[in-house]
Every structure is written in structure tokens, then in C-alpha cells.
Design a protein around this ligand. Structure first.
Ligand code: ZN
Length: 317
């Protein structure tokens, strides 16, 4: 238990590490940012995380625990990085919680960044037993499922990987996980850009270029964006029927490319819903937390997932 003492929320990204000392009421008392030494391996990254903790505490204050939100598949029960891309060299297999607890002397809770953000959303959901679907569409498609007030983590921390649900729109397309036909292959930003490149016989560019072409009336660009949005909407609608969420949140950079995307997503979602859910609407992420969402979500983890204490880690400093 962390009681009502401040905790540290730490957001680990591929390019930067953000840490904040967060009071029990969510007020940020101190903050610090360092670049992620992604090319130097996991020990260097853990050292850098520990240095941000020291820097935050050096501004005056104490913390009872650290919550870490990190990219990759994180198992909050073991505190390990189950799998990850090579954005951070050697990140997969890292004893994240144990390594940071040993370096800082503080208990550490960790989870993947999307689930941490969903945990923040859950705190503003309807009642303590609320169920929530959270979809994040960016360079990949991630998500989280919360049922009866708890964000599901599942075996090996895999729960919530909504981008790896089968999608008819993605049939035959390769997925980053090695399978074919998963939602991420057609609905993530690179998936939409690749679809545009396929039908026009061009080299894939950034999603922003496809969005700009769509604005100018390019039918292929409009079709690629609509296809990705529709695929995401259908999967989300099917999940809503399966889980009966009180709220469905859509996050990430891709939905911000414009109304064309958002409208196609909304319409496809609504088309899939069974009649008892017809009042259900897609909602954007909470504006009030803005750019602090990541560190606040990380801080929340100290109350929602297991804490790994330094004395039980067995990892040397
Ligand atoms: Zn996949």
C-alpha cells in the first residue's frame, strides 16, 4: 500500500524518459526528463530511469513507490519485459521492476504504457465497477480492456493487444507480430500508408501525406483511410458486444488526422453494435490530463498492479 504519500510516475519511451513526483490528488510536485539511451542496452536504460528518480526527489520531496509505464509487452505480475521491438536494444527479457527497485531502493510497479493510460481513463469512468475498452491507433494498434474496474493483464501480460485481432480488411497482409490478417496491418498509420502505396503503385510515405492527398480529394487516399478506420471500428464494435463496456475510448495520433477517419471509425463501430448498446459512443481521451497523461497513468500503477520491493528482487545493483 502506498497510502496517501506522493509516488513517482515514470514514462519510458523510445526517445525520452519522463518522471514526475505525483501527490495523492494527482498534483505534479516535481518533474524531470532525460533522453532514453536506447542504443546502449537495457542496463543503461535502467540507470537512466534511476537517475530521473534521483533528479525528481532532489527537487525536494519523498516518494513511497515508483510506477513505470513502458512500451512493449510488460508483465506486471513478474515485472518483466515479455517481448519488445528493437527500439530499445536488448529490452525484451529485461527485469524492469527488479532492476529499478534495486537501483532506487523503492518498490516498483510496472505495466505497458497503453494499459497505464487506460487505467487513468478508468479512474474517471462510471463507478468503481466500470468496464472500459481503450483503443490506441498510432504507428501500431494497441489497447486495453478493463472489466469490473480492473484493467486486464492476462497471461504473460498480453491482454489488450487489440491490434492483433483478425480483421477481414487485413486479409493476407503481414503483421508486425509475424502473423497475417491482423488489424494492425491495415489500421495503424503505416498500414494505411502501405495500403495507399499498394493501390497507387507508389513508395509508402508518411500517413500525413496520405491525409493531405485525401483532403485534396484523392479517391485512393480517401479509400485507404476509410478502410483502416472501418477495420478498427468493426473490431471495436465486436469487442463492445463481447465485453459490454460502459465507455469506449479512442486514443493515438491516427484518429487526429481528420474527420474522414473519425467518421468512418464511428459509423463502422455503430454498425456492429447489438441493440442494447446502441447508445454507446466513442470518446476521445481526457483533455484535462493532456501531456501529463503518461506520467499520471504510470503513478496510478502503484495502486493497481503488484509492487516489486527491493528486498525480494535478488538483482544486484
Ligand atoms: Zn499481429
Amino acid at each position: 500500500m502506498t497510502g496517501f504519500q506522493p509516488v513517482i510516475g515514470l514514462d519510458l519511451g523510445g526517445t525520452k524518459i519522463d518522471a514526475a513526483l505525483v501527490a495523492a490528488d494527482g498534483t505534479i510536485l516535481a518533474r524531470h526528463r532525460v533522453p532514453t539511451p536506447a542504443g546502449e542496452g537495457s542496463a543503461a536504460v535502467l540507470d537512466a530511469m534511476a537517475s530521473t528518480v534521483s533528479a525528481v526527489l532532489g527537487q525536494g520531496g519523498t516518494a513511497t513507490a515508483i510506477g513505470v509505464a513502458a512500451a512493449g509487452v510488460i508483465d506486471p505480475v513478474t515485472g518483466m519485459v515479455t517481448s519488445a521491438t528493437d527500439t530499445i536494444r536488448g529490452w525484451a527479457g529485461t527485469a524492469l521492476a527488479a532492476g529499478l527497485a534495486a537501483r532506487t531502493g523503492l518498490p516498483v510497479a510496472c505495466d505497458n504504457d497503453v494499459r497505464a493510460a487506460a487505467a487513468t481513463e478508468l479512474t474517471r469512468a462510471e463507478g468503481p465497477d466500470a468496464s472500459l475498452l481503450y483503443l490506441a491507433v498510432g504507428t501500431g494498434v494497441g489497447g486495453a480492456v478493463a472489466v469490473a474496474g480492473r484493467v486486464l493483464t492476462g497471461a504473460a501480460g498480453i491482454a489488450g493487444h487489440l491490434g492483433h485481432l483478425p480483421s477481414p480488411e487485413a486479409a493476407g497482409l503481414p503483421c508486425t507480430c509475424g502473423a497475417t490478417g491482423h488489424l494492425e496491418g491495415i489500421a495503424a498509420g503505416p498500414g494505411i500508408a502501405a495500403q495507399y502505396a499498394r493501390v497507387t503503385g507508389t513508395v509508402p510515405g508518411p500517413l500525413q501525406r496520405v491525409a493531405a492527398r485525401a483532403e485534396l480529394g484523392d479517391a485512393h487516399a480517401i479509400a485507404a483511410i476509410t478502410l483502416g478506420a472501418r477495420a478498427a471500428g468493426r473490431v471495436l464494435g465486436g469487442l463492445a458486444n463481447a465485453f459490454g463496456p460502459h465507455r469506449v475510448v479512442v486514443a493515438g495520433g491516427v484518429p487526429r488526422i481528420g474527420a474522414l477517419y473519425r467518421n468512418a471509425l464511428r459509423d463502422a463501430f455503430a454498425t456492429e453494435l447489438m441493440s442494447p448498446l446502441r447508445e454507446l459512443r466513442l470518446t476521445p481521451t481526457a483533455p484535462r490530463v493532456g501531456h501529463d497523461a503518461a506520467v499520471l497513468g504510470a503513478a496510478t500503477l502503484t495502486r493497481t498492479v503488484p509492487l516489486h520491493t527491493p528486498s525480494t528482487t535478488g538483482v544486484s545493483r
